[in-house]
Design a protein around this ligand. Structure first.
Ligand SMILES: NC(=O)c1ccc[n+]([C@@H]2O[C@H](COP(=O)([O-])OP(=O)(O)OC[C@H]3O[C@@H](n4cnc5c(N)ncnc54)[C@H](OP(=O)(O)O)[C@@H]3O)[C@@H](O)[C@H]2O)c1
Length: 248
């Protein structure tokens, strides 16, 4: 499929971005990541926040606004200090309400160990709901901490991506967005559950051997996934790429 390349420079409206990232009705899983020019998923401090930009943040917020649930691996939760999700921009709250969504997306954390920081476990009346997609081995402990309704066992020792996605869809959470991190994305690509990859390329070079956006599952070599370009938005010097999975 030939990609539609759209150049947006300078100012760009919320409506333009909402249109560019709109999805049709029905279940969808997309991933959103940021990478430096030399392929790094984090800056010198080991966090992705330090390679963000205002343009990337705008697209990040739009993708969240269109999602019912944001899935994040426990490694990223611990590293980036995630709490419950909040839609801060009143315009995006309106977008969610118009689409029949809750004001804030649900946060779904993926863990095998059950080792989750207090910040994400405590209820936030001004934020979205929490689900924990976990291995069965830790589900009883988690249920005691956060209540059985928030705990979704989706595999024996590890969370199986297809069971996780099925469980979210069964709860009416059709539009699934994952923000990573690299281990989670590797597993989800290998399982073939990712419909779209939204990738921001930031024009910075950090060098060294930091993480890439995908940590390949152990023992896996060769191509993990293949995508076709849907659009490329150039905003200032950032490139916002929207890729859709190539049909089998
Ligand atoms: N550039 C970007 O867009 C971007 C996006 C996200 C994160 N990051 C960066 O990535 C780094 C974190 O990397 P990471 O690879 O550790 O992140 P990650 O994939 O979020 O975390 C890995 C952890 O998530 C859980 N997990 C993932 N897949 C699982 C599965 N199938 N079953 C059960 N548990 C599973 C496990 O948690 P337990 O250990 O609890 O079992 C695992 O140790 C941070 O530095 C962060 O800043 C960058």
């Amino acid at each position: 499929m030939g990609g539609m390349v759209t150049m947006l420079s300078g100012s760009h409206s919320l409506d333009q971005l909402l249109e560019a990232y709109a999805v049709g009705p029905g279940p969808v899983v997309r991933a959103n990541f940021v990478s430096t020019l030399d392929g790094h998923a984090t800056g010198g401090d080991g966090l992705s926040g330090s390679i963000n930009s205002s343009a990337d943040k705008q697209v990040f917020d739009v993708l969240r606004a269109l999602a019912d649930v944001v899935v994040v691996g426990a490694g990223t939760i611990r590293a980036e200090g995630y709490g419950r999700l909040r839609t801060e921009d009143p315009a995006l709250v309106q977008v969610r309400r118009a689409a029949g969504r809750a004001d804030h997306p649900t946060l779904a954390v993926v863990t095998a160990s059950g080792d989750l920081p207090e910040k994400v476990m405590v209820d936030d009346p001004d934020g979205g709901a929490l689900l924990v997609l976990c291995a069965r081995a830790v589900s009883d402990d988690l249920a005691e901490r956060i209540g059985a309704d928030a705990v979704v066992p989706a595999g024996a020792d590890l969370v199986e991506p297809s069971l996780a996605v099925e469980a979210l869809h069964e709860r009416g959470l059709d539009h699934v967005l994952t923000e990573g991190g690299p281990h989670l994305l590797g597993g989800w690509l290998q399982a073939g559950v990712v419909d779209e990859l939204c990738l921001t390329i930031r024009p910075v070079v950090v060098g060294g051997t930091g993480p890439r956006i995908v940590e390949a599952p152990i023992g896996r070599t060769g191509e993990l996934a293949h995508f076709d370009l849907r659009h490329a938005l150039a905003i200032e010097s950032d490139l916002m790429l929207r890729y859709v999975a190539t049909p089998d």
